[in-house]
Design a protein around this ligand. Structure first.
Ligand SMILES: [Zn+2]
Length: 241
């Protein structure tokens, strides 16, 4: 199975995907901004997709610290020279705080697993990739290379992409954020929202149950016409909810 390249030129976004792992390349103000390069394999995919423009990558953004969202970030950072940006809460895990490891439920995620074409390459490599960076494995937090910056606080613009605003979205995890483009009505949701069978599923896996209801209400209030999830196919319609 080869890399899936889903161009959305009207949005200035390309989705690169293998199986359920979506990575988004935004046309930023000062070069590409890469969101959630979750595996080392995806970091290599991003670099080969961008070709000479890989040297222009302005920022690497992670919607939360789970290894399937940041696992490729140190590799891509080393290849491009771009800084990795995470939420401040993610840095607490680098500092030694134990990230939550037991979800309240994961049953709702089952349909997501069969919603995108299986990629055996990524199945084979993901176990090794998971050891490189992030949390969500029994090893706790891991990182290699320069520490990321805790830039992604609630309400700031995304580094190098001024049309996009960071919204805190605790629920899936305490450190989850989403990226919102008000003018274009685009929500890059990380794991705060997945999709399956053409429907939006808010936090189908919830590690931070106390925070989840307020985040669900906040996300529902965003007039999103394009939902770009971390896992699942994008939705494009008058309202994604
Ligand atoms: Zn996650």
């Amino acid at each position: 199975m080869s890399l899936i390249v889903d161009h959305m030129p009207e949005l200035g976004i390309t989705r690169l995907s293998r199986w359920i792992f979506n990575c988004y390349v935004l046309e930023g103000d000062e070069g590409p901004v890469v969101v959630d390069p979750g595996t080392r394999r995806m970091a290599l995919d991003v670099a080969s997709y961008l070709g000479p423009r890989a040297a222009d990558v302005h920022a690497i953004v992670a919607t939360h610290g789970h290894t399937d969202h940041v696992g490729g970030a140190p590799t891509l950072s080393a290849m491009t020279g771009a800084t990795v940006h995470v939420a401040p809460k993610t840095l607490d895990y680098i500092a030694g705080e134990r990230p939550p490891s037991v979800p309240s439920s994961a049953l709702a995620f089952a349909p997501v697993l069969v919603g995108q074409p299986l990629d055996l390459d990524v199945l084979r490599s993901s176990a090794g990739d998971a050891l490189r960076a992030g949390y969500g494995t029994p090893l706790g937090w891991r990182w290699t290379g320069p520490a990321p910056l805790g830039t992604l606080t609630d309400g700031v613009t995304v580094p190098g992409a001024g049309a996009w605003t960071v919204h805190s979205a605790a629920g899936h995890t305490p450190d989850s954020v989403v990226l919102w483009n008000e003018e274009a009505g685009v929500l890059i949701a990380g794991d705060a929202v997945a999709t399956a069978r053409g429907r939006a599923l808010i936090a189908p896996i919830t590690f931070d149950a106390p925070a989840a209801p307020a985040t669900a209400a906040h996300l529902h209030a965003l007039p999103a016409r394009h939902l770009l999830p971390g896992h699942g196919l994008p939705l494009h319609r008058v309202s994604v909810w």
